[in-house]
Design a binder for this molecule. Structure first.
Ligand code: 6PG
Length: 261
């Protein structure tokens, strides 16, 4: 598979990356609400988004003409750790603490991943139904998010699509679970279940923004972007996004091993 030409925005450091990402979020939200009346976004977890949320919540001057239309923004999560929403590992709790508790997004417009039944597969199905209902879709339709944020771990995972898991092996072998939208999986390295968007859903988004910063990601990012297609090793390569706008927001450290950037 020839690697897609990549749309990569390189920033001097993570602070500049995050400011640009915050401005990008604001502009996308404003345009989506202007065009369709809402902005449906799926957030990712981890440390990079946390810093982005702090900027968005701080009302920092992003140099944009119009205020962020918080009341018309609908928030979903592209993946979640299978812990209660008051557990410090919860992506929902991180988002609540760093964003939702500080901006006027109506509670009814937030769609946390259910993690309380003790049955991860059941909760994954429930979440898929929640998404379909929010998008008013039939059971075989795929929702089109305005924006899906992704990160990338130093092991090439994205969302909760981790190398070495049966789910990723199956996806890399060509099973795309098309109508399933979401899946639960056991991640041995964390000794916990995760719930994650599947590539078929992610690849439907109008726009996908990958936030990748830090020298620890440079070796894998070089393989992901310049190397051959091997999604079992680098699950982020499953995000082929043939019909979406896919943009990497990276800092210089993360692309330090890419020779043609
Ligand atoms: C999670 C995230 C995960 C994250 C990467 C990168 O639930 O942990 O969704 O996929 O995006 O681990 O995290 P950082 O941006 O913090 O390096």
């Amino acid at each position: 598979m020839t690697p897609h030409p990549q749309n990569i925005r390189v920033f001097a450091n993570v602070d500049e990356l995050l400011l640009a990402a915050a401005k990008d979020f604001a502009e996308r939200a404003f345009k989506a609400v202007q065009d369709t009346g809402s902005f449906k976004v799926a957030l990712s977890g981890g440390n990079t988004p946390k810093q982005l949320f702090d900027i968005l919540a701080s009302n920092a001057d992003l140099g944009i003409e119009s205020p962020i239309p918080w009341r018309d923004i609908h928030v979903f999560w592209g993946d979640e750790r299978y812990v209660s929403h008051d557990n410090e590992q919860s992506n929902y709790l991180m988002t609540e603490d760093h964003l939702l508790s500080k901006v006027p997004i109506p509670k009814k417009n937030t769609y946390p991943v259910p993690t309380n039944s003790g049955k991860p597969d059941e909760d994954a199905k429930k979440y898929a139904e929640t998404i379909r209902k929010a998008f008013q879709l039939k059971s075989t339709e795929l929702p089109v998010f305005d924006l899906i944020y992704l990160g990338m771990g130093p092991d090439g995972h994205t969302a909760s699509l981790f190398p070495g898991t049966d789910l990723v092996k199956s996806l890399a072998a060509g099973n795309d679970f098309h109508h399933q939208l979401v899946a639960a999986l056991w991640v041995q390295k964390f000794e916990m279940h995760r719930i994650t968007f599947l590539p078929a859903l992610i690849n439907q988004a109008k726009s996908i923004v990958l936030l990748v910063a830090g020298a620890d990601k440079a070796p894998v990012l070089n393989s992901v972007i310049c190397g051959k297609y091997q999604p079992e090793t680098y699950p982020v390569q499953l995000i082929t996004a043939p019909n979406s706008e896919k943009i990497w927001f990276v800092d210089k450290a993360a692309v330090s091993m890419l020779d043609n950037i």
